[in-house]
Design a protein around this ligand. Structure first.
Ligand code: MLC
Ligand code: AMP
Length: 506
C-alpha cells in the first residue's frame, strides 16, 4: 500500500545490508537493521492505540533509536512532533497539550517530572534513552520486526514542528508528506547527493535542519551518516576524513575555524560544506575558504517551508547571500505594507510559494491567514532583496526574533515572564552580536517606582521556566525604555547601545 513518505525515505532501503548510520563508538546500523527497529517501534505505537493522524510528541536525546521513532511514525501514519530536550516541563506542557498528542516519549530521567504533564494532556507517557533503555525500547525489544505500512497520501500530515510566535504563543507548523519529500528530492539534485555520500551529522534532530534537510536528503540519496550526538569539534575533526558532506549552523564553522587542528588535510575528503538557519558572516566564508579551499554553500529555510533558496553547487557561491530560489520555489520581494511586488534591488518582505510551503498552523486559522496568503504565498517575516542576477540577500527581519546558535528565541516569550517578576515594571528583550552564537539574548528591565530588583532571583526564576538557550545572558536595569513618539519601544536603540557587550575586548 502506498505511503509516499515511508516508501521514498525508508521502504526503498528494505533488505539493504549497507551502512546507514555510523555511530561514534565505531558501531554501524545498516538500513535493514534500522528498518526492523522502526517496524518494532511502529508496532509498539499502534499497540498503545495510536492511529494514523494521531500526534506523537517526543523529547529525547539524539540516537539511532530516536531516528527510528521518526521512521516508525512515517510507517504508521502518525504525525511526528519532536521537541528540544532543553525545554522545561512548563514549555513541554504547552506543546503536548496544544497538539493533543496521544502519547509523549520523554527521557527516562525526566519521567517523574513529565508524569503530570502527560496526565494533564491526556497523553500516554513512555520513555526512551540513548542506550536502548526506557519503556518504549523495552516494548520494542519484544515486538515483531515486520509492520504493514499504513497507507497515506502525499497530502497527509507527517509532522508538527512548533515555532515560537511574536505574541509569545508557539504555533504548530503542519507539514505534509509532500512538503518534506518535494524539498528533499529537490535538494538531492541541487546538491548532487548520491549513495556514495557520507554526511557528518552533528545537528539536533528536532528541527528542520537536522531532521528534514540532513536526514531526508541522505535517505533519498541512499547515502550514509556519521551520526554524532551533538556538535563536538574533536569528533568533527576525527570523523571528517571519512565523510563527504557537512551541514551546520554558522557556529559549526566558527568553532571549526577556532581550532588550529582543522586544516585543509582534514577536509580533503569532503566535497560539500553547507550552512544555514542563521546568517553566515562573509568573513567566516572567506576564512573558511582560505583554510580549506572550500567555499561554504549557504542556503535559507524555515520551519514552515523547509528550504527556500540555495547558492549554486556549480556556480558562484556568493558570500553574504542565500543564492537563488530552489527550482520549484517561487520567491518575491514585496512591500511589507501593501504586499505589492517590488523591483529587483529593493528591500522588502520575502514571500515564497511552492510544494515546500506548510499547510498552516495547527488550530490557529487566524494566524495562518495572517502569514499564508490565499494564493499560496507565505510571508516569511524576513526582509531581503534580489539582485539583478538573481541572488537573494537577507538583510534583516520584519519579525521580532533572535537567532542564537541556530535556535530561535521570540523576545515576547521572555518579556512576558520578566514582566511578571516582582518589582519589574516592564522589559525589553533584544539580540546582540555574539562571537560564538551569532546573536545572544539580553534583557533590559525597568523597575517599578521605589522597587529594588533582585537580578539573581530573576535569573533563578527564569531558569525554572525557560530553556537555557532562551535565557538572557545579561540583565540590564534602566530608568526607562527608549520610546518613539508613538510610545513604541525602540529596540534598535537598545541594540545599538549594547551591541558590543559580547565582543572581545581589544
Ligand atoms: C546551547 N546553549 C545555547 C545554545 N546551545 N545558548 C544559546 N544558544 C544556543 N544555540 C547553552 C547551553 O545550554 C550551555 O549552557 C551553553 O550554552 C554552552 O553550551 P555549549 O556546549 O557551547 O553548546 P553546544 O552544545 O555546543 O551547542 C551549541 C550549538 C547548538 C550551536 C552547537 O546550539 C546547536 O546544535 N544548534 C543548532 C540549532 C539548529 O539545529 N537549528 C536549526 C533550526 S531549523 P550552560 O550555561 O549550561 O553551559 C531552521 C531552518 C533552517 O532554522 O533554515 O535550517
Ligand atoms: P526557524 O523558524 O527556526 O525555522 O528559523 C527560520 C529563520 O531562520 C528564517 O526565517 C530566517 O530568519 C533564519 N534563517 C535561516 N537560514 C538563514 C540564512 N542562511 N541566513 C539568514 N537567516 C537565515
Amino acid at each position: 500500500m502506498a505511503n509516499p513518505l515511508y516508501d521514498t525515505l525508508f521502504g526503498r532501503h528494505a533488505g539493504q545490508h549497507t551502512p546507514f548510520l555510523h555511530l561514534p563508538d565505531g558501531g554501524t546500523v545498516t538500513h535493514a537493521e534500522f528498518l526492523s527497529r522502526a517496524a518494532r517501534f511502529a508496532h509498539v505505537l499502534s499497540d498503545l492505540g495510536l492511529q494514523a493522524g494521531d500526534r506523537l510528541a517526543v523529547q529525547i536525546d539524539k540516537s539511532a533509536d530516536a531516528l527510528a521513532v521518526y521512521a516508525a511514525c512515517a510507517q504508521a501514519g502518525i504525525i511526528f512532533l519532536p521537541l528540544n530536550p532543553a525545554y522545561t516541563a512548563d514549555e513541554v506542557r504547552y506543546f503536548v497539550t496544544d497538539s493533543g498528542a496521544a502519547a509523549f516519549v520523554c527521557q527516562p530521567a525526566r519521567r517523574d517530572e513529565m508524569e503530570l504533564v502527560a496526565k494533564e494532556a491526556g497523553a500516554k507517557l513512555e520513555t526512551l534513552d540513548t542506550q536502548g533503555e526506557g519503556s518504549l525500547a523495552e516494548r520494542a525489544d519484544g515486538a515483531d520486526d515486520n509492520f504493514e505500512t499504513v497507507a497515506r497520501s502525499a497530502d497527509d500530515l507527517a509532522a508538527f514542528l512548533y515555532t515560537s510566535g511574536t505574541t509569545g504563543r508557539s504555533k504548530g507548523a503542519m507539514l505534509t508528506q509532500d512538503n518534506l519529500l518535494s524539498n528533499a528530492k529537490t535538494l538531492v539534485d541541487l546538491w548532487r547527493f548520491t549513495p556514495d555520500d557520507v554526511l557528518l551529522h552533528a545537528l539536533p534532530i528536532f528541527h528542520t535542519h537536522g531532521l528534514f534537510v540532513a536526514t531526508n536528503v541522505t535517505l533519498v540519496a541512499g547515502g550514509a551518516m556519521i551520526f554524532l550526538p551533538k556538535l563536538d569539534v574533536d569528533q568533527l575533526i576525527e570523523h571528517m576524513p571519512h565523510a563527504t558532506a557537512l551541514m551546520g549552523v554558522p557556529t559549526f564553522y566558527t568553532r571549526l575555524l577556532d581550532d588550529p587542528r582543522f586544516t585543509r588535510d582534514v577536509a580533503a575528503n569532503m566535497r560539500l560544506f553547507i550552512s544555514g538557519s542563521a546568517p553566515l558572516l562573509a568573513e567566516t566564508h572567506a576564512a573558511f575558504e582560505e583554510r580549506t579551499g572550500h567555499r561554504i554553500l549557504e542556503r535559507y529555510g524555515m520551519t514552515e517551508t523547509n528550504m527556500n533558496t540555495s547558492n549554486p553547487y556549480a556556480g558562484e557561491r556568493r558570500a553574504g547571500t542565500v543564492g537563488f530560489p530552489l527550482p520549484d520555489v517561487e520567491l518575491k520581494i514585496t512591500d511589507p505594507k501593501t504586499g505589492e511586488t517590488l523591483p529587483d534591488g529593493e528591500i522588502g518582505s520575502i514571500e515564497v510559494r511552492g510544494p515546500n510551503v506548510f499547510k498552516g498552523y495547527w488550530q490557529m486559522p487566524e494566524k495562518t491567514a495572517q502569514e499564508l496568503r490565499e494564493d499560496g504565498f507565505f510571508i516569511t517575516g524576513d526582509l531581503g532583496r534580489r539582485d539583478a542576477d538573481g541572488y537573494v540577500t537577507i538583510v534583516g527581519r520584519d519579525k521580532d526574533l533572535i537567532i542564537s546558535g541556530g535556535y530561535n528565541i521570540y523576545p515576547k516569550e521572555v518579556e512576558l515572564l520578566l514582566d511578571d517578576q516582582p518589582g519589574v515594571l516592564e522589559s525589553a528583550v533584544i539580540g546582540v552580536p555574539h562571537p560564538d552564537f551569532g546573536e545572544s539574548v539580553v534583557a533590559v528591565l525597568v523597575a517599578k517606582r521605589g522597587a529594588e530588583l533582585d537580578l539573581d532571583q530573576i535569573t533563578a526564576d527564569l531558569g525554572g521556566a525557560l530553556a537555557k538557550f532562551k535565557q538572557p545572558r545579561k540583565l540590564i536595569v534602566l530608568p526607562e525604555l527608549p520610546r518613539n513618539t508613538m510610545g513604541k519601544v525602540q529596540k534598535n536603540m537598545l541594540r545599538a547601545r549594547y551591541g558590543d557587550l559580547f565582543q572581545p575586548q581589544t
